[in-house]
Every structure is written in structure tokens, then in C-alpha cells.
Design a protein around this ligand. Structure first.
Ligand SMILES: Cc1cc2nc3c(=O)[nH]c(=O)nc-3n(C[C@H](O)[C@H](O)[C@H](O)COP(=O)(O)OP(=O)(O)OC[C@H]3O[C@@H](n4cnc5c(N)ncnc54)[C@H](O)[C@@H]3O)c2cc1C
Length: 341
């Protein structure tokens, strides 16, 4: 086998970053991203792209912290490079505030973000309904820039993009040696994974260029995330809801909740609604699987289920998925061609 043909299914932040990581790391490989939707039509395009970890119930804190740190360090280097503007990755400072004292005053990721500290009494005066707060600087990926930038990087490494819906991973058997499944919510049908469920998120993208700090209510439901071209106001977390149409009543509620935290948002203009379905699961699925049908074998790496935190951990999980791909590639190259794997 001269050049290993690798298919990555899915072109959200997970698929594109995995394709980039593989094309950087796995020698003598050709990567093709196959997806029914590309940016700006994926769930990843709706996200605010803030690096604030979501907690996965089924994954150890140690592992979650490792993924977050790897992602933060990688993006921090991009934010400090001349590519920052093109990639849409930049630093942003602000506050996470609580109406009651949180069980954990110092979260596991406190020493990964920059300058984490408890808010002072004078800072808390801005939020009279809240009793406690955390101030820190983190990173934000602007999806409208970051996803096209990832695509550009994959293509620069020789990667290909193909628009196609996959009904069954076996469709890829005749053309590819290894398949990476980064299909997000699509994995529910593609792999029959009933643990995969949508968690609907509705947000507003508004113009309010005077808002410079992020504000996140500790329950994660209400947030104000300023970006380079707009401010994202959120949000909702509706489990099992597949509806992609914005609900005007919810939009009014989001605006009113955000105005209660940042009164100047009463002057926000050019308000646009967006909805995304978070590909949720108790834990990210990062796993090798050998599909077998008669005498045919198809090595697959599953890499999906990032829920509310795909941007926060994507590079760390892409590194881990790439390690699994490298192991499979090594086995394919060294095993007896008759028994392959
Ligand atoms: C409102 C909202 C706000 C968010 N804010 C943040 C945030 O601030 N920070 C953060 O870390 N996370 C955030 N998230 C979560 C984040 O968006 C997700 O975790 C992340 O986008 C998941 O990426 P993904 O690539 O797995 O999925 P997706 O972006 O959904 O990509 C899946 C890809 O697979 C393709 N696909 C699916 N099925 C098939 C098939 N059968 N054949 C071919 N292609 C297929 C799709 O077309 C798509 O290209 C937010 C999410 C929402 C909805």
C-alpha cells in the first residue's frame, strides 16, 4: 500500500480539525473530507466558539482537562501569530457570574485559561443580582473565519473536499483504507448510536460593538459573547428538540435575559436569529472499530459527540483520533495483506 486513502466523514469543527491533524501527522496518506454540508451550513457555524469547557459526565476530569489544555495551547499560538486574523482566533476577557455560591469556586480548567481569579467586590457591583464571579481571559474561534481557514489548511496539505451524504459507512469501503466518523449528530443514524441526542440551542447574533467583555451566567443558559463581527447572545439548552426554526418568543426572552445582565444591549441592532443542534452524548466517542461483513473489513475511528463543548476541546480530541488513525495505518502497512488487521 503506497498511499493510504483516508476518508473523514463530516466537515464541522471536529471533521476539519481531524482532517488537518491527520494530514499533518500521518505519513504517506491522502485525506478526503466527505460531508453533506460544509461551512456555513453546519452546527459548528452557529456556535459562539468560546473556549469555556462543558463537562462530559462519562469522561474523567483528567482527560477533559488534557483535551482543553491541548486545544487552548494550540489556539493560543495561532492567536499570537500573524495568522490570527485569517483564522479568526483571538483572546477575550470577561466574567462568569453566579446568583448563588457555586459548589466549585475554582473549576478544573482555572489554570488553563489566563489570569483566572475571583471577581472583586467592585466588579460584582455591575451585577447586583449575583453574589460571586470569576474573571478570566480565554480564546474565541470565529466560526465564519475559523472553519474556512481549517478547510484552506487541509487543502494546502493536499486534502480533498467532497459533498456527499453517506447512508452507510460501507459505501466508502472500495475507495478508502480507513474511515474517520466525525458526523456529529449524523452518527445517530450512521452508527445506530441511540446515546446521541440533539440539545437545541437558539442564539441571537447582534451588532453592539461597544460590548467588549464576555458575560456568562454560571448556569450557562444566558451569555453575551462579543466577537469580531457581532455579539452572540444566548441561549437555550433544549434536550431532544430537533426543531431548526427560530422561535420568536425565545428570541425575545434571550434578549431580555441578556439586557438584564448588560443594559446597554437595549441599543443592539441588526438582530439575527440562529439555531443549532448540539451533537450531545454523555461522553465524546473516541474509539477504533473494525467493521466486518463477510470477508470485507473496514477500519473506522469514531470521533463524535462533543455536545456543548466542541470548540473547547476539538484540537485535543483530534490529536487523540489521529493517534488511533496512526495505529491503524501502522497495522495495515505491516500486516499480511490476506488477513489485514
Ligand atoms: C447555539 C450553540 C452555541 C455553541 N457555543 C459553543 C461555544 O461557545 N463553545 C464550544 O466549545 N462549543 C459550542 N457549541 C457546541 C459546538 O457547536 C459543537 O460541539 C460542535 O460544533 C460539534 O462539531 P461537530 O463537527 O462534531 O458537528 P457539526 O458541526 O454538526 O458537523 C457534523 C458534520 O457531519 C456532517 N454529516 C452528518 N451526517 C452526515 C452523513 N450521513 N453523511 C455526510 N455528512 C454528514 C454534517 O453535514 C456536518 O458537516 C455551541 C453549539 C450551539 C448549538
Amino acid at each position: 500500500m503506497d498511499v493510504m486513502q483516508i476518508a473523514v466523514v463530516g466537515a464541522g469543527v471536529v471533521g476539519l480539525s481531524t482532517a488537518l491533524c491527520i494530514s499533518n501527522v500521518v505519513p504517506r496518506s491522502s485525506v478526503t473530507v466527505i460531508s453533506d454540508k460544509f461551512t456555513p451550513h453546519t452546527t459548528s457555524d452557529v456556535a459562539a466558539g468560546m473556549l469555556i469547557p462543558h463537562t462530559y459526565a462519562d469522561i474523567s476530569v483528567h482527560k477533559q482537562k488534557q483535551w482543553f489544555r491541548e486545544t487552548f495551547d494550540h489556539l493560543f499560538a495561532i492567536a499570537n501569530s500573524s495568522e490570527a486574523g485569517d483564522a479568526g482566533v483571538h483572546l477575550v476577557s470577561g466574567w462568569q457570574i453566579f446568583r448563588n455560591l457555586p459548589t466549585e469556586e475554582i473549576p478544573f480548567w482555572a489554570d488553563v485559561v489566563l489570569g483566572f481569579r475571583k471577581m472583586t467586590e467592585s466588579e460584582l457591583k455591575k451585577f447586583p443580582q449575583h453574589v460571586f464571579g470569576q474573571a478570566f481571559t480565554t480564546l474565541k474561534c470565529e466560526s465564519p473565519s475559523y472553519l474556512p481557514w481549517l478547510e484552506k489548511k487541509v487543502k494546502a496539505n493536499g486534502g480533498l473536499m467532497r459533498t456527499r451524504r453517506i447512508e452507510d459507512l460501507w459505501e466508502l469501503h472500495s475507495s478508502y483504507d480507513i474511515v474517520i466518523n466525525c458526523s456529529g449528530l449524523g452518527s445517530r443514524e450512521l452508527t445506530g448510536d441511540s446515546k446521541m441526542l440533539p440539545v437545541r440551542g437558539q442564539v441571537l447574533k447582534v451588532q453592539a460593538p461597544w460590548v467588549k467583555h464576555f458575560i456568562r451566567d454560571g448556569n450557562g443558559l444566558t451569555y453575551i459573547y462579543p466577537g469580531s463581527s457581532n455579539v452572540t447572545l444566548g441561549g437555550t439548552r433544549q434536550k431532544g428538540d430537533w426543531n431548526l426554526s427560530p422561535d420568536p418568543e425565545i428570541s425575545r426572552d434571550i434578549l431580555s435575559r441578556c439586557c438584564a445582565l448588560e443594559s446597554s444591549l437595549h441599543g443592539a441592532y441588526n438582530i439575527k436569529e440562529a439555531v443549532g443542534l448540539r451533537p450531545s452524548r454523555p461522553g465524546v466517542r473516541l474509539q477504533k472499530e473494525l467493521l466486518v461483513q463477510d470477508d470485507r473489513r473496514l477500519p473506522v475511528v469514531h470521533h463524535y459527540g462533543h455536545g456543548s463543548g466542541g470548540f473547547s476541546v476539538h484540537w485535543g480530541t483530534a490529536l487523540e483520533a489521529t493517534k488511533l488513525v496512526s495505529e491503524l495505518a501502522h497495522t495495515l502497512r505491516t500486516s499480511d495483506p490476506k488477513t489485514k488487521l
